[in-house]
Design a protein around this ligand. Structure first.
Ligand code: NDP
Length: 327
């Protein structure tokens, strides 16, 4: 490898290839920003880990997650987005243009950067969990609850997400078992009240999942353990929802961008602007609340429009001084 690396300059760099990244790419390409996208190691993002997607508008018969992300990719490419497989290993937002290092070797400078690196669902770490992921195991009740209409399911977690998802599932499913690993919830009092007053939710405290049971194709049950007595038991369920939190993929932006206490990027409300001029954030990386493909796509669109307007206001030129504020 030569010591002097070639530095490439782009108008609009998009990091991440989920619904937010691809939608930003479609809009940026159509606005002639000539976007370059780095996909990350999991091209297509979280949706490539799911099976049927029935809640994305425009697919009346539903679509498989990976196929939908292929459609997103093709649409972004149709308008000229350069899509490259690679991961961003570090950034330097201290000056204009913004600097981004890809795969630890290639430096790119960019007039605008759209961050769409998403979040990763936390899993329990059981081998059976990954075996049945998409076949009875899910990390998103809003996405997959419908497939378990009238059936019995279990959910693990005791935070606000788990509480909200348990009550969502209770409207669709016959019975919802909720596994809480301690003898109390982490969720807010109001959410706990909703859970405890929903008749078809049964909270099982001090309990943990030991193994997800299945017939090789689908989930058929769950083995659980009481972590106080070590007593094991079995629940007959067809679905198992993991709701133990998400981790936003923001490690490389630490020290550069403002984040909340759990690492989600902060944006100026109603926009995708971060605290750094010309750097925009869209999708799950800045949204722990809605976390849907369609909301991520919407904020990807916003990021491209924000980037376009930012460049237009700057006269499309790369400034050579670091502005301290902007609107
Ligand atoms: P949290 O980190 O708040 O909660 C995670 C939960 O999962 C905790 O109860 C934790 O248990 C449990 N957990 C973690 N690991 C395991 C494990 N290995 N086995 C069993 N249980 C485990 O994540 P959330 O996604 O619930 O919430 C994230 C943020 O989003 C929070 O700030 C929340 O308030 C907010 N939010 C707000 C909503 C609202 O206002 N309507 C809706 C959804 C989220 P333990 O308690 O024992 O640590």
């Amino acid at each position: 490898m030569s010591q002097e690396q070639e530095i490439e300059h782009v108008k609009c760099l998009i990091i991440g290839s989920g619904p937010a990244g691809y939608t930003a790419a479609i809009y940026a390409a159509r606005a002639d920003l000539k976007p370059v996208m780095y996909t990350g190691l999991e091209m297509g993002g979280q949706l490539t880990q799911t099976t049927d997607v029935d809640n994305f508008p425009g697919y009346p018969d539903g679509i498989m997650g990976p196929a939908m992300m292929e459609d997103f990719r093709k649409q972004a490419e149709r308008f000229g987005t350069q899509i490259r497989f690679g991961y961003v290993s570090s950034v330097d937002f201290s000056s204009f243009p913004r600097k981004v290092v890809v795969d630890e070797i290639k430096t790119i400078t960019a007039d605008t950067v759209i961050i769409a690196t998403g979040a990763t669902a936390k899993w329990l770490g059981l081998p059976s969990e990954q075996k049945y992921n998409g076949f009875g195991v899910s990390a998103c009740a809003v996405c997959d609850g419908f497939f378990f209409k009238g059936q019995d399911v279990a959910i693990v977690g005791a935070g606000d997400t788990a509480a909200e998802e348990a009550t969502y599932l209770a409207k669709l499913c016959k019975k919802v078992y909720m596994l809480v690993r301690r003898d109390e919830f982490r969720a807010s009092k109001a959410m706990v009240h909703r859970v405890l007053t929903t008749p078809n939710i049964e909270v099982i405290y001090n309990s943990e999942a030991v193994e997800i049971l299945g017939n090789g194709k689908n989930v058929t049950g769950l083995e659980i353990i009481n972590n106080q007595t070590n007593e094991k038991s079995k629940l007959d369920v067809e679905g198992f929802f993991v709701a133990i939190g998400h981790k936003p993929n923001t490690d490389i932006f630490k020290g550069w961008l403002e984040m909340d206490e759990t690492g989600y990027l902060k944006t100026i409300p109603g926009t995708t602007k971060t605290n750094v001029e010309g750097v925009f954030a869209s999708g799950d990386v800045q949204d722990h609340y809605y976390r849907q493909a369609v909301t991520a796509a919407g904020s990807g669109c916003m990021a491209a429009l924000d980037a376009e307007r930012y460049l237009a206001a700057k006269g499309d030129a790369t400034p050579n001084v670091l502005a301290s504020t902007y609107d």
